[in-house]
Design a protein around this ligand. Structure first.
Ligand SMILES: C[S@@+](CC[C@H](N)C(=O)[O-])C[C@H]1O[C@@H](n2cnc3c(N)ncnc32)[C@H](O)[C@@H]1O
Length: 201
C-alpha cells in the first residue's frame, strides 16, 4: 500500500514559495499540459478554492487587469486586489446567480478542485466526487465564454466514463485526462481538462 507522506517535496516547495497549498503545483502542470495560456486580463473562476493555492497561481496568470473569483464552503483569507472570494455552496442555485452577477460577460476559464469529505468507502467517495464535478460542469456550461476552458478534479470510479462521454465531451472541442506529478501515490484523483467550449451542446 502507498505510504501517505504529509510533508513531501511538494509540501516543502509550496512552503518555501509562499503558496497556501501543495496542490498549486498540480494546477501549474495542468495548465501547461493543456496549453492553457494567454489569460492576462481575463476573468477566471475557481471552485473549491480554499485555502487558496490555486487562486495564487491564477491571480498571477491573469495579472493586475484580470480577475479571479474563488468559491468555497469555508472562508478564504484575503489575497491580492484581483481576487474576489465567496463563502458559498456550489450546489445552491443562489451561488450560480451571485457568480453571474460578478461576471456578466462570463469567464475564460473555470477550474474546480472541489472534493467531498472522504469516508474511506470508495463507492461513496467516488459518487460524491462525481456529483461535485457534475455541479462544476453545469456551472461552467452557464458561465464559460465560448472557446473557454474547464479543468476539474474527480475521483476515478465506474460512472466516470459515461459522464465524460455523455455530459462533458460534447461541450468541448479538446479533452484529456491528466494525473499530475504532485498527485499522491494511491490517490483516486484525476483531472478532466477540456478546452474550446462550445455553448449550446
Ligand atoms: C482540495 S481542497 C481545494 C484546494 C485548493 N485548490 C487550493 O489550492 O487551495 C477542496 C475544497 O473543496 C471544497 N468544497 C467541497 N464541496 C464544495 C461545495 N459544494 N461548494 C464549494 N466548495 C466545496 C472544500 O471545502 C475544500 O476546501
Amino acid at each position: 500500500m502507498a505510504r501517505y507522506q504529509p510533508k513531501d517535496r511538494f509540501f516543502n516547495k509550496a512552503k518555501s514559495e509562499g503558496l497556501r497549498a501543495r496542490s498549486a503545483f498540480k494546477l501549474v502542470e495542468l495548465l501547461q499540459r493543456a496549453g492553457i495560456r494567454g489569460l492576462a486580463g481575463a476573468p477566471v473562476l475557481d471552485l473549491g478554492a480554499a485555502p487558496g493555492g490555486w487562486l495564487q497561481i491564477l491571480a498571477d496568470l491573469v495579472g493586475p487587469r484580470g480577475r479571479v473569483v474563488g468559491v468555497d464552503l469555508v472562508e478564504i483569507a484575503p489575497l491580492g486586489p484581483n481576487v474576489v472570494t465567496l463563502a458559498a455552496d456550489m450546489r445552491a442555485a443562489e451561488t450560480l446567480e451571485a457568480l453571474r452577477r460578478l461576471a456578466p460577460a462570463g469567464f475564460a476559464l473555470v477550474t474546480s478542485d472541489m472534493a467531498p469529505k472522504t469516508t474511506g468507502i470508495a463507492a461513496t467517495d467516488c459518487a460524491r466526487s462525481l456529483d461535485l464535478v457534475a455541479t462544476a460542469l453545469s456551472t461552467a456550461r452557464v458561465l464559460l465564454r465560448p472557446g473557454g476552458a474547464f479543468l476539474a478534479k474527480v475521483f476515478m470510479g465506474p460512472d466516470l466514463d459515461p459522464f465524460v462521454a455523455r455530459e462533458l465531451r460534447p461541450c468541448f472541442e479538446g479533452f484529456r485526462r491528466v494525473r499530475p506529478e504532485a498527485t499522491r501515490e494511491g490517490s483516486r484523483e484525476i483531472y478532466l481538462v477540456a478546452t474550446a467550449f462550445r455553448p449550446g451542446r
